[in-house]
Design a protein around this ligand. Sequence first.
Ligand SMILES: *Cc1c(COP(=O)(O)O)cnc(C)c1O
Length: 376
Amino acid sequence: MIRLSRACLSAEEIAAATRVIQDGYLGMGQEVMQFEKELQEYISPEREVVCVNTGTSALQLAVQACGIGQGDEVIVPSLTYVASFQAISATGAKPIACDIDLETGCLDVEDAKTYINSKTKAIMPVHYASGYGNLEAVYNLARTHGLRVIEDAAHSFGGHYKGKPVGAEGDIICFSFDGIKNITCGEGGAIVTSDRNVARKLQDLRLLGVEKDTEKRFSGQRSWDFEVKEQGWRYHMSNINAALGRAQLKKVKEFAKIRQSLSKLYREELKGTPIKFLKHDETATVPHIFSVLIPEGQRDSLQEVLFKEGIETGIHYKPNHLLEKFQNEKCPKAEQFWKQTLSLPLHCNLSEEDVVKITQVIINFFGERKLTISAA
Ligand SMILES: *Cc1c(COP(=O)(O)O)cnc(C)c1O
């Protein structure tokens, strides 16, 4: 079976995990501190970096750290993993689904505009399939209405925006390092911002709200006499996960090259087919998934043919406004996208031969369809 996605691990990650196990300090300590420092060096020395246990908790804590909760609304594109919606609703705030731009799969700013009211406190653009969409317009809209921008950048670690690593620019950027993302910690996440108040708050919130516990743990101590002023969560990152992340971060450029060149090969090989590609700047992004649009009515049969050939594919995503918990607004373009989208295998253990094999199956699929149509 050619897998849709998977982690790319080797001797360095095994050595890193072994180092922590032999050291015997598994919780949040020196490894997490080093990982935060190395992420900061990689992204921008001017930014604050706070690591947590998942990308979902990164989003939740980011919303909470902005003082957003019960009675507030956050606008988020319907086409995203349910994690973005659950992270918002976990704070008590209401996620308001907005529609997407069919060319990029990212938030439609004009549609987002229509949902802004006195309860709106933030916009959460999602870097769908690692694309940024029209982030500039998102920030302009946010500035006009005094809203925070919390970017769900779970797909885009390792990419560049305006010539700088993703995370170097923008209000609050949240990454995921789960098992299949561009780099992995096993499970993990990070929040990047220039807002020192938000960063200080995040450091406490991830440790059950225990004030200044981060400093203590980074110096190998514990807090015994402490203060707690608000609801916190046990969302800190462990040393084991951080050690894996540190080993992966060293390979980020190598991983980027592989993902970019495999995507380029897909595009070249599939040029003559009716498949539509997303409009992303492929030199600046590091594709986490390779999501394409299949002509309406043919996606499911193509997926079945690929599966029979031992090729796993995915559908990113069922729009969240169709889920019982989150149904609110209408998002026709997100629904249209959902009907047509198919994600082809993409990960760092995939070979060029695999991509050629996959594209051959697709080319044959459309070739046979053409024949049956012309025969009829
Ligand atoms: C993976 C993902 C998340 C959540 O990250 P986890 O680390 O799995 O919690 C959030 N949003 C999107 C778009 C994702 O793909």
